[in-house]
Design a protein around this ligand. Structure first.
Ligand SMILES: [Zn+2]
Length: 100
């Protein structure tokens, strides 16, 4: 019956019919990937007179290019690298977020 109504009202109402169909279609699903957007790594300043604790937040892209940090206490550069075990598996795999 609904189908016949759509045909009858063409073309003016066809858009409305289409929207109503999408709204109630049980096959319509929304996919929200669960993925880590930021990791925080803990580092000590490498200078003996400082040794301040630094928390460095890295996005996936930043983690790939990470080469060190500026100490928050003495503001000196610390060469550093991030280990694979410190990053989420999904980042290391080099894939887009997978459905869980
Ligand atoms: Zn420092």
């Amino acid at each position: 019956m609904a189908f016949l109504v759509c045909i009858y009202n063409l073309p003016a109402a066809s858009g409305r019919c289409e929207k109503a169909k999408l709204k109630t279609d049980p096959k319509t699903k929304f996919f929200f990937p669960r993925s880590t957007l930021l990791v925080e790594i803990e580092r000590r300043c490498s200078f003996p007179d400082c040794r301040a604790k630094n928390l460095v937040g890295l996005t996936r892209d930043e983690a790939i290019e990470y080469r060190g940090f500026d100490c928050t206490a003495c503001e000196r550069w610390n060469d550093d690298k991030v280990e694979g075990r410190e990053l989420p598996d999904s980042w290391i795999a080099g894939e887009e977020p997978r459905p869980n």
